[in-house]
Design a protein around this ligand. Sequence first.
Ligand SMILES: Cc1ncc(COP(=O)(O)O)c(C=O)c1O
Length: 391
Amino acid sequence: MFPERFSNLPAYAFPRLRALLDHHQPGGDVVHMTIGEPKHAFPAWVTDVISEHSYGFNKYPPNDGAPELLEAISGWLGRRYGVDFQPDRLMTLNGTREGLYNAAMALCPETKNGEKPVVLTPNPFYQVYAVAAIAAGAEPVFVNAVKENGFLPNYSALDEDVLKRTAIAYICSPANPQGAVASRAYWQTLLGLAEKYDFRVFADECYSEIYRSTPPVGALEVAVEMGIDPERVLVFHSLSKRSNLPGLRSGFVAGGPECMRRIRQLRAYSGAPLPLPLQMAAAKVWADETHVEENRRLYAEKFAIADEVLGDVSGYSSPEGGFFLWLPVEDGEAAALKLWQETGVRVLPGAYLSRDTDTGNPGKNYIRVALVAPKTEVRSALLTLRDCLYG
Ligand SMILES: Cc1ncc(COP(=O)(O)O)c(C=O)c1O
């Protein structure tokens, strides 16, 4: 006896990639450009803070977050977005992935306007959005985010009967995989739509600090400027990309007090809070920007290399944020396999991050390339990739 609702889930992107590539020999030295795992150094003092607070491993960590961590997050939100979010409007997370999932469990209603609720997700997308929708008993609706709409989903164009059933709209800015950044006008339109049709916006902003020139506008600041219902929008942030600490598992969600109360209550039953020494380290990391500036500089160098190497490839566009290239190819799977067999460079077929829809699969003709390796390796891998796929 097993649940039916997860039976149609496709295999996760990385097992699919292994099945595609691993029974073929690489054509050269292996270069990993598949997984979005940051590789730049995190601040060296992080380990000192953890050992200073190691006595905390002897304690159950506070479920709602240590006061020091909540204060540091509140301070960061104030400096970054000019908003005043006190701890009652914050909840610490073990990275954004579980938060993006658990917020849907806490907040998705059983019905919307008398019908099965809809959860909107961009397509392609970070895979937890769809599984959260299914687990919460909602119908995921995949909205293609393609070049013609700036690689961000146009939720306003959906049929009214879908919008009336919508309970939650996920949105990622800067977007994984395309690196598109939602403008102030985009947020205003989306938040206005959410007000009109009474749904919540879950803004996944975990790449917010990895940008080329201008800091991306955040959903919270726009919501505050618009004076909309504070329960309308939740933002999710993480130290994984900002501070190269994916293994620390520290993130947070910020939103309206009632949403936070419900998330906190559910987590009191089922959450697994971050160990106290790690919470104390996270507090210090949120309070420091020096390492973040350096991190951004290192990515900017690699994107400059990408522009130089791939700038004349037809359809190439330099992403505004994040650390991926989303490169047009004839067929993403065929391109990833050819690249692996001929050169040893390992990239992800775009379709492994997207779903088939009535208007096609928006990832089918793309590959995703993560610029996480050191810059000399990135340069030679991109030159190899250009010669192999666009030569
Ligand atoms: C778009 C997006 N959201 C969320 C996450 C989850 O990150 P974490 O749980 O490490 O904060 C990732 C990780 O790759 C991501 O790409």
